[in-house]
Design a protein around this ligand. Structure first.
Ligand code: URA
Ligand code: SF4
Length: 215
């Protein structure tokens, strides 16, 4: 049938309660089976932070540590993120941190290590009702997409992160001002220590801009 707002296929929609309470959303998300990713993951990793946060960060998908601990950005990428937040003088306690997809997606390597996989478009679309629900409760002034996956999910497939990072986009439904910057794990993937430093510098530059504009 025509006129439906969301394509048929996997979706969190049936699991998302109509509520303006973030704790109720988080509780309901624990039982989401909106796509297949819940099957192999340990638990839903919902967003974390105060409901009145002025600033929201959206990452890609929880990693191994996040899956075990049930909290976003608490592994190696989280360490980089925390360091950059602190250096930009942004208080993590006062921002809301979430992911485009809320279950860990991985493959198991020989030796048993669980290696993160980038979620597919169908999984990002399936999980989107959770992100929309979080944002409609919080209504942040500023939203920052961390990395290409979150950027493409929120800003469209043609978004080019390294060309367009650090600039505010207006007129989007997510927040009055939206910015994209590097994913903290992109910093860790730099080939050399100086490449890592340069990538970290770009992330920090963007976060400093956000911090200056939120005063
Ligand atoms: N990478 C992400 O995108 N999100 C997390 O929560 C952790 C690592
Ligand atoms: Fe639901 Fe998102 Fe988990 Fe899929 S990834 S089961 S849509 S919470």
């Amino acid at each position: 049938p025509s006129g439906s707002e969301e394509p048929a296929g996997p979706s969190a929609r049936p699991f998302v309660p109509v509520t303006a309470n973030l704790d109720e959303l988080r509780e309901a998300a624990l039982a989401c089976r909106g796509c297949d990713l819940y099957r192999d993951a340990t638990q839903t990793v919902f967003g974390e932070g105060p409901p009145d946060a002025r600033l929201v960060f959206v990452g890609e998908v929880p990693g191994d540590q996040e899956d075990r601990r049930g909290r976003p950005f608490v592994g190696p990428a989280g360490e980089v993120f925390d360091r950059a937040l602190a250096e930009a003088e942004l208080d993590r306690q006062r921002v809301y941190v979430t992911n485009a997809v809320k279950h860990f997606k991985f493959v198991i390597q020989r030796g048993g290590r669980r290696i993160h996989q980038t979620p597919r478009q169908i999984e990002i679309g399936a999980c989107r009702p959770w992100l929309e629900a979080e944002l409609s409760v919080i209504r942040p002034e500023l939203l920052v997409c961390l990395g290409a996956t979150a950027s493409k999910a929120l800003l469209g497939p043609d978004f080019r992160l390294m060309k367009q990072r650090g600039a505010y986009l207006r007129g989007l439904p997510w927040a009055p001002r939206v910015m994209a910057t590097l994913h903290p794990s992109a910093v860790l993937r730099g080939d050399t220590p100086s490449a890592k430093d340069a990538l970290y510098g770009l992330l920090l530059e963007d976060l400093r801009k956000v911090a200056a504009d939120l005063v």
